[in-house]
Design a protein around this ligand. Structure first.
Ligand code: NI
Ligand code: MN
Length: 228
C-alpha cells in the first residue's frame, strides 16, 4: 500500500492498483502547485471528510471525469447526486462502515463543522478508519481531540494516523500530542498545516513534542509518497 500526499488534507492511497483519493483540494491549494493538477488524478474512489471548500475542492470534476465512487456522509453524497448528477456514491454516517473489494471504510466522529462553499448544509464532519491489506490508517479529518478517540485507540491498532496540526481551524501541535495519547498510532503524518499563513507550523518543533511523548512521526513534502 502506498500513500502520496498532495498538501493540506489531500492524499491518495494506492491499494494494489486501486486508487483512493481523500479530500481532493488541488485547484487553489498552494501546496499542490507543481505537484498535481485535478486533471492528473483518476481515482477509483474519493473519500470526503466534510464539505468545506478546502476538502471538497475538485470533487465534482474529478469524480465525474474518472467515474469514481464518492464515499462521504449522506448530505454530501446527496448534494453530489442532485446538483451534479453523479450517482456513483456510497453514503455513510458517523459510526457506519462499508466493505469494498479493496478494504473497509468506517466513518468516525470529528469535532468541527461542515458546510459547502455555497452555504448548503453539509451534514456532520467525519474522519475515516481505512482498513486494507492488514493495515489500518486513521485519517482524522478536521478535528480537535475528543474523549471517544480512546475507544478507537482501544479497538484498532493504528499503523498510520493522518493528523491535522495547523491550529486555528483544527487542533494544533500541542493538542495533537493529546490525540496521539488517545489513539496511540505507530506512525503519525501531519496534515492541514502551512497551506495558508493562519495555519503555519514549525514541523520540527511538532516532531520534537511528539517524539518526546513516544510517537514516531514522518513529515511528507507535497508530492512525496510513503510505503505502508
Ligand atoms: Ni474544515
Ligand atoms: Mn479544513
Amino acid at each position: 500500500m502506498e500513500l502520496t500526499y498532495f498538501g493540506h488534507s489531500a492524499f491518495q492511497i494506492d491499494v494494489d492498483g486501486t486508487k483512493i483519493l481523500v479530500d481532493p483540494f488541488i485547484t487553489g491549494n498552494p501546496l499542490a502547485d507543481g505537484v498535481a493538477t485535478a486533471d492528473s488524478l483518476s481515482p477509483d474512489y474519493i473519500l470526503l471528510t466534510h464539505a468545506h471548500g478546502d476538502h471538497w475542492g475538485d470533487t465534482p470534476d474529478i469524480a465525474m471525469r474518472s467515474n469514481a465512487i464518492v464515499v462521504a456522509n449522506f448530505e454530501i453524497t446527496q448534494y453530489l447526486s442532485q446538483k451534479f448528477g453523479h450517482e456513483r456514491v456510497q453514503p455513510l454516517n458517523t459510526g457506519g462502515s462499508w466493505e469494498f473489494e479493496w478494504g473497509r471504510v468506517t466513518q468516525t466522529d470529528a469535532r468541527h463543522s461542515s458546510s459547502f462553499p455555497d452555504g448548503t448544509y453539509g451534514g456532520n464532519p467525519n474522519g475515516f478508519l481505512i482498513e486494507a491489506e492488514g493495515k489500518t490508517i486513521y485519517a482524522l479529518g478536521d478535528t480537535s481531540p475528543f474523549a471517544e478517540m480512546a475507544w478507537i485507540g482501544d479497538d484498532y491498532s493504528i499503523d498510520l494516523a493522518l493528523m491535522p496540526i495547523g491550529d486555528c481551524f483544527t487542533m494544533g501541535p500541542r493538542l495533537s500530542v493529546r490525540a496521539a495519547d488517545l489513539i496511540r498510532p505507530s506512525l503519525t503524518v501531519p496534515i492541514h498545516y502551512n497551506t495558508f499563513p493562519v495555519i503555519e507550523v514549525e514541523t520540527s518543533k511538532w516532531e520534537e513534542m511528539m517524539n518526546e511523548a513516544g510517537y514516531a512521526t514522518r513529515v511528507l513534502s507535497p508530492g512525496e509518497s510513503l510505503d505502508l
